[in-house]
Design a protein around this ligand. Structure first.
Ligand code: ASP
Ligand code: MG
Length: 468
């Protein structure tokens, strides 16, 4: 028997129909003799709405916060009622939902009185999303003849106390998974738990950061040494490019962990980069699958991908970036200068994506955000500073660029009609990225795709889809 961790994202549990599809997918795995452990996100958009309720309450808008909560309560109750018909079970489930919303409302009222939203309170408030979705999904599974059992993720995923982006404590998670998940699996039950939410050693609720449910999936997969981790989402897997931009984009059938992590970082929204790590450590394959198209094979992410005929696997774009040019007025690139620049970014907690330097200037790219004016103000004490928004970073990823000559020339030849602002080849040697105007991004991706995916390797890419 082989254990599989199946993680379902927000869109896979967004309404009764989606939850019913998810149940059918899990039942299918059980029928294959697999032993699933299910991890679910909050229903789509719920995390955002909980954060909006928290923000409203924290500025004293009690009515606004409670109105959001009341809409969410209705949505969860309606979803539960549509899925669960057993008269006793539905009463218990609605009761659970009401209790959770009653306590959420109490927190929101308190927050509206105190007017201070701490990271700890924020984690408590968003945790309701996964606490509710996992409970509803577990009951919906039971109603569909899956022997599911709801497990509170916070009793298993133990982290430090860095609220909103807590660091998992592996040894604890392993122990808790062995105690509180393994016995269910051994007895043929299907544990259903929320992703993203966790708790510190004292039992205070924490979260793993936005999009953290994939991370939960990988942590649980790692802790139980599962045979595979399946990430069920609403796309057919990792594609050679965004299909909304490039209509001939192909599914990538197999990709290495390193390549997938690189792509995730550069904005391919399929996977949380940190997902990769716990799985890599234990050599567990991760599959990205589509819950709207479950017969599709998706993308398999493994430690060592087979050799590919073309240098790249995929092209990703990160938009809404700004470029900051720091130009020392005199030749000032003295010792310590770079560290001063970076300490300013650090102070404002503004992560830098790409850096390029010359004798007198440093260019850095960052996500466009409202901290930029104050970052620039601080930097201008060191040098002349300019910043400009509406930039995009195009990133080509592929292990097979290692050691190949002339790839950069091919890349820049394909986009010779586009003005390139900054270039970098990552230290990982498996990505090549460059910065352009955001308005040129689609055209750049289309040109690159035409140049590099004309004759795709059928071992790596789903060329069948292109034929049909
Ligand atoms: N619900 C959380 C979020 O939206 C975690 C997740 O979905 O992965 O960020
Ligand atoms: Mg999500």
């Amino acid at each position: 028997m082989s254990m599989v961790v199946m993680k379902f994202g927000g869109t896979s549990v967004e309404d009764p129909e989606a939850i019913a599809r998810t149940a059918a997918i899990v039942a299918g795995r059980v029928a294959q003799g697999k032993q699933p452990v299910v991890v679910v996100s909050a229903m789509a958009k719920v995390t955002d709405q909980l954060l909006r309720a928290a923000a409203a309450a924290s500025v004293g808008d009690r009515t606004g916060a409670l109105a959001i909560s009341s809409r969410l309560r209705a949505r969860h109750r309606d979803t539960a009622s549509a899925l669960v018909k057993d008269p006793k079970e539905i009463v218990a489930l609605i009761d659970f939902i009401d209790q959770k919303f009653d306590s959420l409302d109490e927190v929101l009222r308190g927050l509206a009185a105190i007017l201070e939203l701490t990271p700890r309170i924020s984690d408590l408030i968003v945790s309701y999303g996964e606490r509710l979705s996992s409970r509803i999904v577990a009951q919906a599974f039971r109603e569909r003849s899956i022997d599911a059992v709801h497990v509170d993720a916070r009793e298993i995923v133990i982290t430090d106390s860095s609220f909103q982006k807590a660091i998992p404590l592996d040894a604890f998670i392993e122990k808790r998974a062995a105690e509180k998940l393994r016995p269910h699996v051994d007895q043929g039950r299907v544990p259903v738990m929320g992703g993203f939410i966790a708790s510190n050693e004292a039992g205070i609720t924490t979260t793993l950061g936005r999009g953290g449910s994939d991370f939960t999936g990988a942590l649980i997969g790692g802790a139980l040494t599962a045979g595979a981790i399946e990430i069920w989402t609403d796309v057919d897997g990792i594609m050679t490019a965004d299909p909304r931009v490039v209509s001939e984009a192909l599914r990538v059938k197999v990709i290495s962990f390193e390549e997938a992590a690189e792509l995730a970082y550069f904005g391919a929204k399929v996977l949380h980069p940190a997902t990769i790590l716990p799985a890599v450590k234990k050599n567990i394959p991760v599959l990205v699958l589509n819950s709207r198209n479950p017969s599709n094979e998706g993308t398999r992410i493994i430690s060592l991908a087979p050799h590919c005929r073309s240098p790249f696997k995929s092209i990703a774009v990160k938009r809404k970036l700004s470029i900051i040019d720091v130009v020392a007025s005199r030749m000032l690139m003295t010792h310590g200068y770079m560290s001063e620049i970076f300490s300013i970014f650090d102070k404002h907690q503004c992560p830098v994506d790409m850096v390029s330097t010359s004798e007198v200037s440093v260019s850095l790219t960052v996500d466009s955000n409202d901290k930029l004016p104050s970052v620039a103000a601080d930097l201008s004490r060191l040098a002349d500073v300019k910043y400009e928004g509406k930039k995009a970073l195009v990133c080509l990823v592929g292990e097979d660029i290692r050691g190949q000559n002339g790839i950069a020339a091919q890349v820049f030849n394909a986009i010779r009609h586009i003005n390139v602002r900054m270039i970098s080849q990552g230290a990982s040697e498996i990505n090549m990225s460059f910065m352009i105007e955001e308005e040129d991004a689609d055209e750049a991706v289309r040109s690159l795709h035409a140049a590099f995916f004309q004759n795709p390797d059928p071992a790596i890419f789903d060329v069948e889809a292109r034929k049909s």
